[in-house]
Design a binder for this molecule. Structure first.
Ligand code: FAD
Length: 301
């Protein structure tokens, strides 16, 4: 039995064996200060040589980052030369206001929108659409497609969106987003590869043919991930807390542990046929870079 175990261990593909036949994209958030702006730009320049197919910039609650998101999206595309995608939500805005933001992007040469409903800006439980606004992501996509032929990415939830009555309704909503014109879905972060595979199977059974790209969240701060998980319904495996125990004051050791966990998740997703990965970079380059490297990606000439 021990021989068989050892044999199986040897057959497990190592990172060194991965050919890097993957496509990646990176997500950033708009910086609040000049210092944070420098951190963001350092991350963009570090990750750029990996040849991402796009980089996206998030949109703050209630459109609070409208200008800053716009600025970074345009800069990433024009100065770094990476095709950029702008996140856009329906929160606290009329249809006309949202349309205006989108039209402005199109005029600036931005062709890709990550179309989202968004969350209540005060963090309160129930989402209430703006009376003159788009009620949800499906309506937003329909509106955007009337403005111009944007490439559209949307959000998907392997562990079911908290507002959804059940998993089936959530998949039906995702299907409606594709039917309205989305070309890809990016998932909420998750830590259990099985949960992604189950979701991918269910989506296929529901007739969804578009890309479903796993969103990979490297753990920078375990406390922050715990907080976010509570809000978005992502399960944290019981072993994870133990792995980060005692590392609060050891950022470097924590990064190594984080990279190992994320790389292992990606390796298993790869083994299950996944070839596209989206990284929540949190504006830090090193973790995402290391994981891409272990997946076999190397700087393009
Ligand atoms: P929708 O798909 O419109 O709906 C969310 C859920 O509500 C659905 O799953 C469905 O169950 C239910 N629902 C909605 N409409 C109906 C209906 N008519 N009938 C039945 N059920 C319905 N937030 C930001 O503020 N800024 C960002 O930049 C941002 N980027 C994100 C990027 C990614 C990749 C992901 C996964 C999330 C992001 N979010 C962002 C968070 C997102 O705004 C929230 O998760 C929000 O609560 C839902 O947005 P959605 O576009 O998925 O909503």
């Amino acid at each position: 039995d021990q021989m068989r175990e050892a044999q199986r261990a040897l057959e497990t593909p190592l990172f060194s064996g991965l050919p890097g036949d993957i496509e990646v994209s990176f997500e950033f958030f708009p910086p609040k200060t000049e210092k944070m702006g420098e951190t963001l730009w350092h991350a963009v320049e570090t990750l750029k040589p990996l040849g991402p197919r796009f980089a996206s910039v998030t949109y703050g609650a209630g459109g609070s980052t409208r200008e800053r998101t716009h600025q970074q999206v345009v800069r990433i595309q024009n100065e770094a030369g990476i095709p950029a995608a702008a996140h856009l939500t329906c929160v606290e805005a009329t249809r006309e206001e949202v349309d205006e933001v989108a039209r402005h992007y199109w005029e600036e040469g931005i062709r890709h929108i990550v179309a989202l409903r968004g969350d209540p800006p005060d963090g309160s439980g129930n989402y209430t659409p703006h009376p003159g606004g788009y009620a949800n992501a499906v309506e937003l996509i329909t509106g955007l497609k009337k403005i111009a032929d944007f490439e559209i990415s949307v959000a998907a939830y392997p562990e079911v969106h908290p507002d959804s009555p059940d998993a089936q309704a959530d998949i039906a909503n995702l299907k409606a987003k594709f039917d309205a014109g989305a070309t890809r879905a990016i998932t909420q972060f998750f830590f259990d590869p099985q949960c992604f595979f189950r979701f991918r199977d269910e989506a296929a059974r529901a007739g969804i043919e578009g890309e479903i790209v796993p969103g990979i969240m490297p753990v920078l701060s375990f406390a922050a991930v715990q907080r976010m998980s509570g809000l978005c319904g992502t399960a944290i495996p019981s072993w994870m807390e133990g792995l980060f125990e005692g590392l609060d004051d050891r950022p470097e050791a924590r990064q190594l542990v984080s990279a190992t966990i994320a790389a292992e998740l990606c390796r298993r997703l790869y083994a299950g046929g996944v070839r596209q990965f989206h990284f929540y970079t949190l504006n830090r380059a090193e973790l995402s870079y290391a994981i891409c490297h272990m997946l076999g990606l190397r700087p393009k000439a």
